[in-house]
Structure formats: C-alpha cells, structure tokens
Design a protein around this ligand. Structure first.
Ligand code: FAD
Length: 432
C-alpha cells in the first residue's frame, strides 16, 4: 500500500492471507419478509455490536445482530486488551490471550531505548478474529440471533418501508428490509449508521499494520514485552505486539501523510531487524475520533464504538470504548424498544448520550489534551515515562485499569496544572 488514498471508500485493505478464514456463525433467518418486528437490531459484530447484542439479549429482548463479513473476520488492530477492556467483558468470558505483557520498551524514533518492567501483568494481547468471534458467540448464547454475510445499506425512520412511528426499517444490501423497535449502529469507523445519525469526526488517523510470523528464537525475545516507539510524524507512534509465533507491528499517524506513514512502518520494521520476514497480512485502517458535541442518536437509532467515533484520541485505544459504549447502547436500546412514542424514545436516547458523554466523553477530552501535548513535545513525554518513576507508575496503573488519565488529572494538582498551562498556550496561539 503506498498511500492513505488506498483506504478511501473502504476502511480495511488487506494483503496476504493469514487470519482471513471465512466461517459463518449460522446465518439464521430474521424478519422482514414476514413483517416480524425485532426489539433490537444491531448493525456490525465487532466488540461494540457484540456487547450491545449481549446486553439487549440478556434483558430478554429479541435481538438480531447483522454482520457483513463471515466470522471470524480479520480486523486491523494491535489487539491490546487493557484493564478497562477486560473489566467490560461479558461475565464469564475467557480472554483468548496470546501473551501477557510485563515489560514495555520505549524508544523515541528508534533512539533513547529503555525497558520498564512490572511484576504485575500490565495488559494482554489477543487476535481480533478469535476475540470478536468469541464475543459474538456469547451474545448468541444469551439469545441473540446472528446473521453473517449480511451488509446493511441504510436505515429509514420515515417513508413507505416504515409501518409506524415506533418502527425503524433496516434495509439490507440485497434489498431485504428488517424491522426493529430500536437500532444500534456498531458498524465501525466508516459507519453508515453514524452518517444517518450525523456523527461528526474531529480527527482521522491512518493505522498501518503487518502480521509478521517469526522463528521461535525471535518470538522468545519478545515474549511478555511490547515496544512502543514515539514516531517522527506529529502524534505518530509505532508498536510491536507479540502473539506467540507472530509479531503485530504497526504505526499510526494523522491521515493525509500516507506515504510518510508507510515509510515510518518500513523503517520501523527494518530497524527492528524484521525486514527479512514476510508478513502474513499487511493492512491499513482509518480511525476516527468524534467531535464531542456531535450526536450519538437520532430517533430510535443509537451509535456505539468506532461508529460513534468513540476512541482514546492519544493512544487510539478503542476496544474498551467499543465494549463500554456497546453495552450502554444495548441497555438503552431495550428502553427505546419499549417506548410508546417519539418523546419517550428521545428521552431514553438522550439518557444514553448523557451516560456516554459523562464517562467516555470525559476520558476522550483528557486524551485529546494529551495528544496535543504529545504532538508538541514527544521528547518530554518519552523522558518522563522512561526517567520519572511516577510517570511510569501512572502509565502502568492506567493500562492495568486501576485508574484513568481523567482520574489522575482530577487527583494530582501538578498534572492538572500542566494541562491547564497547555490549554492556555493553545488558546493564546489560536487568538494570535
Ligand atoms: C492499526 C490499529 C490498531 C489498533 N490497536 C488497538 C489496540 O491494540 N487496542 C485497542 O483497544 N484498540 C485498538 N484499535 C482500535 C480498535 O480496533 C477499534 O476501536 C475497535 O475495533 C472498535 O470496535 P467496533 O466494534 O466499534 O468496530 P469494528 O471492530 O470495526 O467492528 C465493526 C463491524 O461492523 C461490520 N460492518 C461494517 N459495515 C457494515 C454494514 N454496512 N453492515 C453490516 N456490518 C457492517 C464490520 O465488518 C465489523 O465487523 C486499533 C485500531 C487500528 C486501526
């Protein structure tokens, strides 16, 4: 892939073959032709959609989960599962961990390398095809009906396809219409449902990744340790995430620098001595962060996860945001499905928005300020995390899930003061 232009239109671009196995979860028949109305239809079976379907099915509602791919499907992702992701998993879900991380090597564009270690596990690594398919299986077990290989073209809340004001028409790519009392759009970062709702994006980034099978000696060297490299482009960074006999090596940077981002990935791989190993998969994906004030619902339709632009702006961590917002969306979709009129449906949809904005929205606000700091002073951040023990300890606590960046800002006056000074500097430069 030579530039981010290659990802226009579709957010995933794959090369190679591993991990792309196609196996459906059943393709059971839904409603539409029969005029049957589902309580909740969920569009997209990533972590957000599976979570939403699980929450609504657990509440005893009739739930249909629609997924355009066959499962398990490949997803460009590091597969890093931090504490908040683990804590948001459905009860009893066993993480299919490929590695447990106890050490992080940090570098600044290949220089000033330093490894920090922790006795306690920091975070885990999973393969997305297996993880996502597992979550869907749990939703199915809770009672959700799953239809794979089924792409949704659009949703309609008015017009000929909609029998009454309590119903949403979900129109499939093949023309079939499925009816629902409430819809959750969890169809990823190029979301059609997000466009229907009117989600606006603030930042768009391009992530490039290679899944590199390595010999056992190389795999042993990486076991239990990840590498994070603060990159040469503003706000960029790279990572090596080991998963047994395969290393997931990736970089992320602002969209619009496609060639430079690709060069960063190539240089990064070469610098690590991995250029001689043929990637099993090379892929790219755009990530999008929402504008804080943009909507999370329209009528009886909610959006969650990447479809809503819910993503940590600095690290671009999105699995915990998808799981947490998905669960909330499933719970509130149940209430919308029971709403007898538009006013009640709107009240429940607003409750969903408040819940997301009060939790994930606050975290995103702090993350955005961290990204601004990181873009301006990556060296400062590197020096702090590698040379100042409290900064490393805070990083470790955040990834383990025992605190959040937002909590640290609330708790530590020094952190709050630093970010405040940064805000003032930003405001001054915006005025000048
Ligand atoms: C390079 C890269 C690395 C990343 N690494 C990490 C990481 O290490 N840890 C982390 O927490 N996050 C990471 N993320 C972010 C994370 O991958 C996403 O935030 C997460 O996948 C969002 O989940 P989701 O369920 O909202 O969307 P997705 O996982 O994208 O799922 C959306 C689903 O909807 C389906 N779909 C799309 N359109 C339709 C349609 N029209 N009809 C039916 N189905 C449809 C898709 O096939 C897909 O299965 C990374 C992202 C990138 C790009």
């Amino acid at each position: 892939m030579s530039s981010d232009d290659d990802v226009h239109g579709a957010d995933d671009v794959h090369g190679g073959g591993a991990g792309q196995a196609a196996r459906g979860t059943g393709g059971q028949e839904g409603s539409g032709a029969t005029g049957e109305v589902w309580d909740v239809v969920v569009v997209g079976a990533g972590p957000a959609g599976a979570s939403a379907a699980h929450a609504a099915a657990t509440a005893g509602r009739r739930v249909l989960l629609l997924e355009k791919a066959e499962l398990p499907r490949y997803k460009t992702c590091g597969g890093g599962i931090i504490g908040p992701s683990r804590d948001a998993l459905p009860p009893g879900f066993v993480l299919p961990l490929k590695d447990r991380i106890h050490a992080v090597t940090f570098s600044h564009n290949g220089r000033l390398t330093r490894t920090r270690r922790s006795k306690q596990m920091l975070f885990g690594l999973i393969n997305r095809p297996e993880f996502d398919a597992g979550l869907v299986a749990v939703a199915e077990k809770a009672g959700a009906t799953v239809r794979t290989g089924t792409a949704v073209a659009r949703v309609e809340q008015h017009g000929a396809a909609v029998p009454d004001r309590r119903t949403v028409a979900v129109v499939l790519a093949d023309g079939e219409t499925v009816l629902a009392r409430a819809v959750v759009g969890a169809d990823g970062s190029a979301s059609r449902i997000g466009a229907h709702v009117g989600v606006e994006m603030d930042t768009v980034d391009l992530g490039l990744e290679a899944e590199i099978p390595v010999p056992q000696t190389v795999a042993e060297d990486w076991k239990g340790r990840v590498l994070i490299d603060w990159g040469p482009l503003p706000g960029s960074y790279g990572w090596v995430f080991p998963k047994g006999d395969t290393l997931t090596v990736g970089v992320i940077s602002a969209k619009g620098e496609g060639a430079a981002t690709k060069r960063y990935l190539d240089d990064f791989i070469a610098r690590l001595g991995l250029a001689g190993f043929e990637p099993a998969v090379s892929s790219g994906h755009l990530t999008r962060c929402r504008k804080p004030e943009s909507p999370l619902s329209r009528g009886r339709v909610l959006v969650a996860g990447d479809a809503a632009g819910l993503l940590e702006p600095w690290t671009r961590e999105g699995i915990s945001f998808a799981l947490r917002s998905g669960r909330l969306a499933g719970e509130w979709a149940v209430k919308i499905s029971e709403a007898q009129d538009a006013v009640d449906a709107r009240r429940q949809a607003l409750n969903y928005s408040f819940a997301v904005k009060a939790g994930l929205g606050v975290e995103m606000g702090v993350g955005k300020r961290m990204l601004t700091l990181f873009e301006a002073r990556p060296g400062l951040l590197h020096a702090a995390i590698t040379g100042f023990r409290p900064a490393w300890t805070s990083f470790a606590r955040i990834v383990r899930g025992s605190t959040t960046l937002a909590d640290l800002v609330r708790t530590y006056p020094l952190v709050r003061k630093g970010l405040h000074a940064l805000d003032e500097r930003q405001a001054r430069s915006a005025r000048d």
